[in-house]
Structures are given as C-alpha cells and as structure tokens.
Design a protein around this ligand. Structure first.
Ligand code: ADP
Ligand code: MG
Length: 402
C-alpha cells in the first residue's frame, strides 16, 4: 500500500528526518491560504498522486483532453503563481511516465517552502529478499530515474545492508556518506537521517522508502525533498492508523473490491483466469499454465475461508477482465469442501452466464462429491484430476500453442 508524499513527510517529521515546511491542500483557496501561512516567497506547488515523475508530467483537462500545463510540480515565485499553478493542477488529469497514458486525477496538493538546492542525491531503503536484509541504496545522481542511472552509470550507486537482527551499523552509514562525497555537518546529518529512516522503516513496517531527490542545501543541510513510502500490507493488523492514510481513489477499483471480500487479486496480462485457494497453489497453478504455453490473466487466491458469495464475486472479477478466454479452477480442499465449491461454481456460472471454457481440478476434502456435482450439472464444465492435466486442458480449449 502506498501513501502520498505529504503523508510520508508527516511521518518523516515524526522520526526527525529533515523536510521543508509544507501544507496539504485540496483547493485553490487552500493553496493560497497555505502560501500566506508558510511565509516563504518561493514555494513548490506539488500534485499529490501515487506515482512518480510528476515534475516532468503533463496536466490535461479530463473532459476536453486539452493540455493545461506542463509539470505537476511547479516552483511558484509569487502568490499569483500559486493561484495559477494550483488552478491548473486541481481536478485535472496528470499523466507521468509512471501513471500510464490514462493518468490520474489530482485531488490533493502539497504547498511546500522553496528549497535552495546545492546538489540532488538519491536514497532508498528496500527489502533485499535474497540477502534477508534491509538494503540502503544511495546515489549522487538524484532527481533522475534510478533505473537509468543503474543502466548507464552503475558505479554511481552505493549500497549497504543491515541485518534486521543487528540494525544499521555506524561504520556502514559513515562509508555510505563518504561514497556520496559528503563531509562536515552534511555528513553528520546524513548519518543521522539514515538512522531515523531505518527506525521508521522498521517501526512502521515499510516495504520501501524512496527519497528522490534528497538534497544538500546551499547551507549544507540534508533535506528530503521528495518522499515515496510503501507500507507492507502483511503488517496491516499491527497498524490500525493505516485506514486513515489509505487513499482508495488511488487504488484499482477491482483490487479494493477483492480485498474487501477477503480475496487477493492481482491482474496480469494473459488470457487464462485462475481461481485458486492458497497463495502457493496459485503460484504453482500459474507456473504450470505457463509450462503448457498459456498465460495467466490474474493471480487470485480465494483464501481458506471462501464462501459461495466470495466465489461468485471471484468469478465476477475474473470475467470483468475482457482478455479472459478461459478459466482454470484449482482447489485443494482442506477446511474448504470441494462439494461446496462445486455448488458455488455452478451457481456462479448460471448467474453470470459463463461463456468461456471452464476447467476444474479438485483435490482433498470431498473432491469426489465435488466432481460428481460438476459432472452431473447441465453446465459444461471440464473436470480433471491433476493440475498438469487441468493446465494442459485449458490451454488446449482456448487454442493455445502448447
Ligand atoms: P517527482 O519525482 O514526482 O517529479 P519531486 O518531488 O521529486 O517530484 O519534484 C520534482 C523536482 O522538483 C525535484 O527534483 C526538485 O528539483 C524540485 N522540487 C521539489 N520540491 C521542491 C521544493 N520544495 N523546493 C525546490 N524545488 C523542489
Ligand atoms: Mg522525485
């Protein structure tokens, strides 16, 4: 789950990470009031969407499609500028490299005191799964696409790792700061900032923190000028405050609906819909589909506590994807009974007027009863007894290239 820059910076303040003063706004009049109360002549007017590349993005009128303004992050040198920029941002569609061409409507802004930038750095904290460690990555090439830097100038990227049971080591922080060419109070501040960010990463159960740019100001201070924070959803139960910072308008409608029903759904690019119980089995099903030359249209784990309602909803969600040409259901009955799933599958197929081929593989609790129900129903459903048979069958039925 992602949060907005203004929310991430609020969190930074809590942990003592230096940021400019700023105010969250939702309208032009909010923006003007924020300008007056910040008391800084130069401010940044920043569109708040869950995507980067705002500075180089373009704003369009969502109705007419006409271009309104270049740049979703603007530096304003006067109150008039603030009025013009916030008017051009608010309610308009911002298209950036990361939003895709459909863009995002901007309904939040952040007005922030202008910063006197001397140099822009890049800093990120991530989970390194291979090393089972927290990775801290920094570069002297801030303000640009890190992927580009990694490709064209990999030696500009410096990394240190923190074993989560030991934490961040002082000498690693010092050597990272050194590799960035920092010295004196900038270096002291950098090391402090690394420790604050690491504490936040652990305490708030983040999946990533990215600061691009992290700047050294003309007076040598280190300031986080941008903030992208991802929160690990597996830890939601530990953080009830997350409900407050979640911006549902930024999330895919179907993923929210799925989530509310206890389903884990991720849309993919293929044409074979998958309905599976258990994340591991869902992964395995996708692998075997690919093995036989098919392409999964989604990852969908209906979980252990699936009901008729959630199974119908799962079918509905799969069928809303117009790329879906066939469905593979793969259920391992444990607590969930295959006969219940069979009844639900038949009901859902009738209710939704299922027109694409459906292959079902049951195993575990009441699989024979389940198969019998499907075989005796008036709807044509292909039952199979193994995953590989099921994957091959669905690929054949949609005319795949296995
Ligand atoms: P994005 O990464 O989405 O384009 P940023 O927050 O990184 O958005 O802003 C883009 C650029 O705007 C930054 O690289 C920085 O040069 C400039 N910028 C952002 N905030 C400020 C600020 N408060 N004062 C001065 N310049 C800023
Ligand atoms: Mg940025």
């Amino acid at each position: 789950m992602n949060i907005h820059e203004y929310q991430a910076k609020e969190m930074f303040r809590e942990f003592g990470v230096r940021v400019q003063e700023g105010i969250h706004c939702k309208s032009v009049s909010d923006a003007l009031a924020a300008y007056d109360s910040l008391g800084s002549e130069i401010v940044a007017v920043k569109s708040q969407i869950h995507a980067g590349g705002r500075g180089k993005g373009i704003l369009y009128n969502p109705e007419s499609g006409e271009e309104v303004m270049k740049g979703g992050v603007k530096i304003a040198f006067s109150r008039e500028d603030v009025e013009e920029f916030s008017r051009n941002i608010c309610g308009n569609l911002l298209v950036t490299k990361q939003t895709g061409k459909e863009g995002k409507i901007v309904s939040n802004m952040y007005i922030e005191s202008g910063c006197d930038i001397d140099h822009e750095f890049y800093l990120a904290i991530l989970v390194d799964r291979d090393r089972k460690s927290v990775l801290v990555m920094a570069s002297t090439e801030g303000g640009m696409d890190i992927e580009e830097v990694a490709e064209n100038n990999p030696e500009a990227i410096h990394k240190i790792w923190a074993d989560p049971s030991l934490g961040l080591r002082d000498d690693d922080c010092a050597s990272l700061s050194n590799s960035l060419g920092l010295s004196g109070s900038s270096s002291t501040q950098m090391i402090e900032m690394l420790n604050s960010l690491y504490a936040m990463f652990i305490e708030k159960d983040c999946s990533m923190i990215e600061i691009n740019p992290l700047v050294r100001t003309k007076d040598g201070s280190m300031v986080a000028l941008d903030a992208k924070v991802g929160l690990d959803e597996n830890a939601n139960f530990r953080h009830p405050w997350r409900d407050e910072v979640r911006d549902l308008s930024e999330e895919e409608d179907v993923e929210i609906r799925a989530n509310d029903l206890g389903l884990s759904y991720v849309k993919l690019d293929g044409n074979i819909g998958c309905l599976v119980n258990g994340a591991g089995l869902a992964m395995a099903s996708m692998d075997v589909i690919k093995l036989y030359g098919g392409e999964p249209a989604n990852f969908l784990d209906i979980g252990g506590g699936a009901t008729r309602e959630s199974i119908t909803a799962a079918f509905q969600i799969i069928l809303e994807d117009e790329n879906v040409e066939g469905i593979l259901v793969n259920i391992f009955g444990g607590i969930i009974r295959c006969d219940m799933v069979a009844m639900s599958v038949i009901e859902a197929s009738k209710e939704l007027g299922l027109e694409v081929p459906l292959v079902v593989r049951f195993s575990g609790t009441n699989h024979e009863e389940g198969k019998a129900i499907l075989d005796s129903g008036e709807i044509s459903i292909h039952t199979v007894s193994s995953l590989s048979e099921g994957a091959r069958k669905i690929v054949d039925l949609i005319g795949g290239d296995s």
